[in-house]
Each structure stands twice: as C-alpha cells, then as structure tokens.
Design a protein. Structure first.
Length: 363
C-alpha cells in the first residue's frame, strides 16, 4: 500500500464517529467529542503547533492513538471512550530552541456550560464564586458569573442532561502538586469568544521540555467533590516516614507469617532488616496478597541486609508470607498510597500498550 493511501485511510479513521454509552467521539484528530448528543469538546490547539499530519490508529472499538512528529516536537495522544467515561492522555517532547511556551488547550462551547451550577477545586474568579468546606468553591458558570478559574483540579457541572465531572488531576495528590514536568498538570479555565478554554501551559522551555497529563471526563462521582481525591499527603515530594519500626501491639508473628496492623487500607512499603551473627540466612521467598513472590538474597554471617517489598493493606492489615531461611531484627512500614487517594493506581497511565513504530516517548 502506498504511504499516501495509508495516511488517507488513517485520516479517515480520525473522522469516524465512535459511540460508547453517553460519549460520542466524533474525531480523534482534531479532537471532537459529544456527550448525550451535545457538543462537549469542539476544538483543540497547541503551542508550538502540532505536526500538520497526524497518524491515527484505532486500537480497538473504544481507543484511538494519535501520533504527531516533526522536527519541532513529537506527541503521543490516547483518546478513549467508555460507558460513562472519556479519557485524554498526552505526552509531548518539545525540542530545544523551538518555543519559550508550551501549551495544550481544548475548548468546550458556551452552550454546554453557560448557566450550569458547578462545584470545583481551584482559585475562582467571578462575582459569586464562594469558597465552601474543604476548599470546594461553588457558583454558576456564565458571562455574568463564573468565567475563569486558576489552577483547577476538579470540576463538577450540574448539566440539564445530567451531572458531569472533569478530573484534571486523576492521579490524586499522591504525586504532589506537580508531575515530572513543572506545571504540566496545572490547568486554567477561561471563558473566551470561542468558548470555555481549558489550558495546561508552562514557560521557559527554550531548552526543550516534556509535557504530560491525563484528563478524565465522566458521569459525576457519587462522592462529594472534596472526597474524590482527598489530600492526605504529598507522597511524591515528602519522604516516606515509618509508621512504626517494631511494635508488639501491632505485629503478629507466626512461624512463616507476619501480620501488621496499620491505620487504613492502601499500599505500603515494608522494609525488613535481616541477618544473624552466628550463621548465614536466606535465600527466602517473600510475598503478600496480590503481589508476586520475591526471592530475597542470602546474607552472610555477621552482616545485615534489607529485604523490601510493596504490600497492600486490607481491613487495616498487611499479611506477609515467608518461605525459606530468615531471621528478622527490625521491621519498618511506611505508607505509599492510601486506598482512597487515587483510583488509577491499579492500572497503567495508558490504556493500550500499542505504539507507533517511531514512538520512543516515555510511558
């Protein structure tokens, strides 16, 4: 097949409508999305501009990948529709000496948001936006009310056709306020002549930069806005701290089983200090529920080593199994991610592992 014909077919796929539940993906490139028949996303743009010819691959019935590459930047985009969810995931490498500003914007029409009562986590600008409990503001979107919001992380819209959530930080607070790229996950909302523009941007990028984010739009969560991603702690920026080292009231030791009582369910890092003065120990298999067995190394007589693994607490209890030769001298347990902090933790950032042949961008 000639390349021009192949590109034409791929571009035709980009314009093919895909309906999944409440969402209809009208086009993957440029992005065009409807919700319950109403236009929801009507435009997208980037600075510097995207490569002119996208290569669109329909991975399956619900997932499209978009690859754009030229001498200025390389961009991988995944758009996915589900029964009640739409996901937009992007990673973009901008070369050095291309642009001092990197920005991505998608536009929601006035007709979709004007007059809708809303709740959001951000810094509101408008006449009647009121800060509520737990940092959630309320107001009505529109030209004479709430037009703008800075550093918006969550938006719940009470639309006549049903409530809808915009999640701009679906990882939750566990990564801190920034991602691997400064300001990459910071979003602003502006009501302009074109519609409501949602933008993620950062400057001082002449040396080149990496932009990455995920935006999830879905049928409104049943929980209050403040409870969807509660800010328990900044797990990325703050060092892990031991809950306890060795506490007889919280640790139950049997022959080949250890159980730890912890404050709440979630994922923890368990560090076991091992060793004996009079004999070698190990090797030893160690595992927890929902994790694979790990072969821990041998430790020479008189030496110490740390056996480390990640374990999930269920019903406020971590259960470890050990098979082999071991001798524990200390145990440390530190929280990595509590169960209610992030609903994406149990799956990958990308829904599909399929990649364009020239795609070497990070995962």
């Amino acid at each position: 097949m000639r390349m021009s014909k192949r590109i034409a077919i791929l571009l035709l796929l980009a314009a093919t409508s895909v309906i999944a539940g409440d969402f209809e993906l009208k086009s993957a490139a440029p992005l065009s999305l409807a919700w319950r028949g109403a236009p929801l996303i009507v435009a997208e743009n980037a600075e510097p501009e995207f490569a002119p010819k996208p290569v669109v691959t329909r991975v399956d019935a619900l997932i499209h990948h978009v690859w754009r590459a030229d001498d200025k930047s390389k961009t991988r985009i995944e758009v996915a529709t589900g029964e009640d969810t739409f996901e937009l995931t992007l990673v973009r490498l901008v070369e050095a000496d291309v642009s001092g500003l990197v920005r991505y914007t998608f536009t929601v029409p006035h007709a979709f948001l004007d007059g809708c009562p809303a709740e959001w986590i951000a810094e509101p600008e408008g006449k009647t936006g009121k800060a509520a409990r737990k940092g959630v503001a309320t107001g009505t979107l529109g030209p004479r009310d709430i037009k703008n919001a800075n550093l918006i992380t969550y938006l719940r819209v009470h639309h006549p056709a049903g409530d809808l959530d915009f999640d701009f930080n679906p990882r939750g607070w566990w990564t801190g306020e920034k991602t691997i790229t400064p300001h990459a996950a910071e979003w602003n909302m502006r009501r302009t002549a074109a519609g409501y523009e949602f933008s993620s941007a950062f400057s001082r990028t002449m040396a080149g930069t990496l932009q990455e984010f995920k935006v999830v739009i879905r049928r409104a969560d049943k929980r209050p806005v403040s409870d969807v991603h509660p800010r328990v702690a900044n797990r990325w920026t703050d060092g892990y701290r031991n809950i306890f080292r060795l506490d007889k009231d919280k640790i139950h030791i049997e022959r080949d089983t250890l159980q730890f009582r912890v404050p709440r369910d979630g994922w923890y890092m368990v560090n076991m200090l091992v060793g004996a003065t009079d004999r070698p120990i190990g090797p030893c298999e160690v595992w927890a529920d929902e994790t694979k067995k790990r072969q821990m190394p041998r430790v020479a007589p008189g030496e110490r080593d740390t056996w480390t693994l990640v374990a999930r607490a269920v019903n406020e209890t971590i259960t470890l199994r050990l098979r082999g030769d071991f001798h524990l001298t200390a145990v440390g347990v530190t929280p990595m991610l509590y169960e209610n902090e992030d609903y994406l933790f149990r799956r990958g950032w990308w829904l599909s592992s399929q990649r364009h042949p020239g795609d070497t961008l990070p995962e």
